[in-house]
Write a protein that binds this ligand. Structure first.
Ligand SMILES: [Zn+2]
Length: 373
């Protein structure tokens, strides 16, 4: 949404002037004369005339990704997203008076799930694949994290979930420096990302992967959608020391670290849930005509549980089946419903990884850092 509470925080992302005024059609800079227009539910605060070498896949392929990412309708915070969200809440400890930035918010799901816990939740992203609920409930800005449209010290807290692994090193440095700039002294940031470090219990974790591969070979499911989501992972911070050094360069001091050795998580993601999706994603023959129009019709009616030979390998059918399964599940996800409670139990099983193995250094990490006073 376009929130009036956002305006006092703004600074021109092009010339850094704070002399801004608001009219019916947008925010205007008196310094450089740029108009930042109001769009459908967000303010377009991208810097003008900036040339960047790196542009996110989510910006260049936005239209193409829109359908595949299935981003508009949000599920409740369950499974891996639920583990992230619960850790975010526990580690960053939102207070009712907080002004918080979800920097690189994507759909802004974490902003939506936590908006009512704080005074102002702001989501910013250069791509505008915002969920419908985010457009309705969160102050949204289209912005570049290398030149944020916010004044120094505007935020009590910030978070970056699944962001840093996408960026080359120079962009990470700019991203962290800008995040530090807009945090108040003593303000905190949480990042969830991953390095290339293996887990000490990797051989155990790989048992689930191997089991998963057997099912893939049997044509039961595939991982093409996951692979595509991760296709632009750079992991420029290769080792844990690189992570600590990057935050230190930005003047951000670590206060808390939890690693995610994904023993239960990998079993859930590679075996349990994929089997569930394969079963739920089957096309119910003759049922699709009776179903509501837009939702299911958007997904091609293929990808039945066919024998391996007739299943297109690594295919659009797999993606379609997965989206169909997720939509079917989502319709039954009212909090308190049996499906919801079952998935919550699975979420807590995945979270057990953090409680049991959070102290063991590995690739996936949550880190809380603080800006010096
Ligand atoms: Zn300006």
């Amino acid at each position: 949404m376009i929130s009036r509470a956002l305006f006092p925080l703004l600074q021109c992302p092009t010339c850094r002037s704070r002399a801004l005024y608001v009219s019916d059609d947008g925010v205007h800079c008196a310094g450089c004369g740029t108009c930042y227009p109001f769009r459908d539910g967000y303010v377009d605060l991208m810097p003008r005339g900036a040339r960047y070498d790196y542009v996110s896949k989510y910006v260049t392929d936005e239209a193409e990704l829109a359908e595949e990412l299935d981003y508009r309708e949000l599920a409740p915070p369950l499974l891996a997203a639920g583990v992230r969200d619960r850790a975010l809440r526990r580690l960053l400890r939102f207070q009712p008076g907080d002004v918080v930035l979800d920097n690189g918010c994507g759909t802004a799901k974490h902003a939506v799930w936590n908006a009512d816990r704080v005074r102002l939740m702001v989501g910013s992203d250069p791509a505008t694949l915002f969920a419908d609920r985010a457009v309705a409930e969160v102050a949204l800005a289209r912005a570049d994290s290398r030149s944020l449209p916010f004044a120094d010290g505007s935020f009590d807290k910030a978070f970056a979930i699944d962001i840093l692994e996408h960026f080359p090193l120079a962009v990470i440095d700019q991203y962290l420096a800008e995040t530090a700039r807009v945090l108040r002294p003593g303000g905190r940031m949480l990042a969830f990302s991953n390095t290339r470090e293996a887990s000490p219990i990797q051989p155990l974790i790989d048992l689930s992967r191997r089991l998963g591969r057997l099912f893939v070979r049997a044509g039961l499911y595939d991982f093409s959608r996951e692979a595509r989501r991760k296709s632009d992972h750079v992991k420029a911070l290769e080792r844990w020391d690189d992570v600590l050094a990057a935050f230190e360069r930005a003047g951000l001091r670590p206060v808390r670290v939890v690693f995610w050795n994904s023993l239960f998580t990998t079993f859930v993601e590679h075996v349990l849930m994929k089997l569930g999706e394969a079963a739920l994603g089957r096309v119910k023959r003759g049922a699709s005509a009776a179903r509501g129009p837009a939702q299911e019709a958007a997904v091609p009616d293929r990808g039945d549980l066919l024998p391996a030979a007739s299943q297109p390998p690594g295919s659009a059918a797999g993606v379609a089946r997965e989206i169909r399964a997720r939509r079917r599940i989502r319709r039954q996800l009212r909090p308190g419903s049996p499906v919801y409670l079952a998935l919550l139990a699975v979420t807590l099983l995945m979270e057990l990884d953090l409680w049991l193995f959070g102290w063991m250094r590995c690739g996936s990490y949550f880190i809380v850092v603080e800006k010096a006073d």
